[in-house]
Unconditional design. Structure first.
Length: 407
C-alpha cells in the first residue's frame, strides 16, 4: 500500500516518485509528498523541471526502525557529504538504497522538510522516536559551526561504539538465559512425562523407595497437576517484570542499582556505563556544545539510572563554577582512571581527547569482560545443569539398583 500522511491543512498526502528533466536537459529523479499527481507536476514545473513520469510509491509495512538503522543512515550521510554530495541528493541515495520501507519513508519525510527550508536539526526533531536530544543537539551544533559532515561522522562513530557495547552485553546475557530456559523445559518434560512412567514401574516393587526418588516423584506430581499454573506464573511473572522494568521509573532505578552490584555481571554493566558516559561527553564536548548543556544528554545516554542521577548532580555543580573532575569525584561512582584523565583534560584544555581515550580504554575493558564472562559461565552452567539432570536420573535409578534386594 502507498505511504500516506495528513498535511497541516487536513489534506491526505501520498509519496510520489517522479522523473523529468531540469533546465539543462539533465535527467533528474526524486520523491515528493503531495495530495495527487497534479500537485506534484505543478510543484515541479514551478521548479523548472519538465516532468516525464509521476507514479505513486507503493510499499509494504516493513519492520520497525531500530537504532542500527539510524547508525547506518548516519554513517552513509556522513560519508557522502564528506565526498561532496549535496545533502538532498544524499538523502535521495540513502532512501533508495534502504531495504526497509519505513526507513525510506522516514528519510523521504525529512528530505521534504529540508527541501521546504527547514534546518536539518529541526527536521530530525520532528521524529523524536528515532532521533534523541543528543543526536539533534550535535546536528544543530554542526549546522551552526559549518562542520555538519564532521559532526555526522562523529555521531556515526558514537552510535557504532554504543551499539557494539550493547551487542556484546546482550551476547553475554543471552547465552546463560537461553541455556536456563532450555534446561527448564527439559526438566519440565521429564517431570510431566518421564517420571510418571517410572512411578508406575516402582509401584509394583512392593518396597520402600529411597528418599531422593520420593522427592523427585513428589515434584513430578506437582508438575503434572499444576503444570498450567507453573508455566503461567513463570511466563506471566517474567512478562510483567520486564514490562514494569521498561515502563516504571522506580523499577528502572532499582534494577540499575541491582545490576551494578551483581557478583558476576555487575562489573560488565559498570564498565559499559562508564564507557558510554565518557564517550557521550567526549563527543558532545568535541562538537563545541557547552559543558553544562552537554551534560543534559550524557546521563540518559549512559543507560544507567545511577549514572543519570550522578550526572544531574554534576551538572548543578558545574553550573555554579565547580570543576568537572571535582564534581565527578564527589559522586563516588567514577573510577580513578577516568577522574585522572578528566583532570588532565581540564588542565590541558583537551577534555574531549582525554575522555575519548578513557572511553576507548573502557570499551576495550568491556570486550575483555565479555570474553572472561563467557569463559566463566560455561563451566558454571555445565555444573549446574549436570547436577540437576544427573540428580534426577540417579534418583530414578536408585530403586533399580536395589531391585535385587527387593526380589
Amino acid at each position: 500500500m502507498a505511504t500516506a500522511t495528513v498535511s497541516a491543512n487536513g489534506i491526505k498526502e501520498l509519496v510520489f516518485e517522479w522523473e523529468g528533466k531540469d533546465k539543462n536537459g539533465k535527467l533528474v529523479r526524486g520523491e515528493m509528498r503531495a495530495g495527487g499527481e497534479a500537485a506534484v507536476g505543478a510543484t515541479l514545473r514551478r521548479q523548472g523541471i519538465l516532468v516525464n513520469k509521476v507514479k505513486k510509491r507503493r510499499m509494504s509495512g516493513g519492520r520497525s526502525i531500530k537504532q542500527k538503522d539510524i547508525a547506518i543512515f548516519t554513517r552513509q550521510i556522513a560519508t557522502m557529504m564528506r565526498a561532496g554530495v549535496p545533502l538532498l541528493q544524499s538523502f535521495d541515495i540513502v532512501a533508495r538504497g534502504s531495504t526497509n520501507p519505513r526507513v525510506t519513508k522516514l528519510l523521504t519525510d525529512i528530505r521534504s522538510d529540508i527541501e521546504t527550508g527547514t534546518s536539518l536539526s529541526s527536521a530530525f526533531r520532528k521524529h523524536p522516536l528515532h532521533f534523541d536530544a543528543l543526536y539533534c543537539n550535535l546536528v544543530e551544533a554542526g549546522e551552526a559551526a559549518g562542520i555538519l559532515e564532521t559532526l555526522l561522522e562523529r555521531l556515526a562513530v558514537y552510535q557504532e561504539k554504543t551499539l557494539e557495547i550493547k551487542r556484546k552485553i546482550k551476547g553475554a546475557l543471552m547465552y546463560p538465559v537461553a541455556v536456563l530456559v532450555v534446561a527448564f523445559i527439559v526438566v519440565a518434560v521429564i517431570m510431566i512425562f518421564v517420571i510418571p512412567a517410572f512411578k508406575e514401574v516402582f509401584s509394583s516393587f512392593g518396597a520402600e523407595l529411597p528418599a531422593p526418588t520420593l522427592l523427585v516423584m513428589a515434584i513430578s506430581e506437582v508438575f503434572v497437576g499444576y503444570w498450567w499454573l507453573i508455566f503461567g506464573v513463570i511466563g506471566g511473572g517474567t512478562y510483567f517484570f520486564l514490562e514494569s522494568w521498561k515502563r516504571s521509573e522506580k523499577m528502572q532505578k532499582f534494577m540499575d542499582r541491582v545490576l551494578l552490584k551483581m557478583p558476576v555481571f555487575g562489573d560488565l554493566v559498570y564498565k559499559s556505563a562508564v564507557a558510554r558516559w565518557t564517550r557521550t561527553l567526549a563527543t558532545m564536548f568535541a562538537a563545541g556544545v557547552p559543558l553544562v548543556e552537554a551534560l543534559d544528554s550524557v546521563g540518559g545516554a549512559s543507560g544507567n539510572a545511577v549514572f543519570a542521577e550522578a550526572t544531574e548532580k554534576i551538572q548543578k555543580d558545574v553550573s555554579t563554577g565547580t570543576a568537572l573532575t571535582t564534581s565527578m569525584q564527589t559522586t563516588g561512582i567514577f573510577p580513578v582512571m577516568v577522574l585522572q584523565m578528566s583532570a588532565i583534560g581540564e588542565e590541558s584544555g583537551a577534555l574531549d581527547q582525554m575522555l575519548g581515550k578513557a572511553a576507548e580504554f573502557y570499551e576495550q575493558e568491556v570486550d575483555e569482560a565479555v570474553k572472561g564472562l563467557s569463559s566463566l559461565l560455561e563451566p558454571i552452567i555445565i555444573v549446574v545443569l549436570g547436577t540437576i539432570i544427573g540428580g534426577i536420573v540417579v534418583s530414578m535409578y536408585l530403586p533399580i539398583f536395589k531391585l535385587g534386594q527387593v526380589v
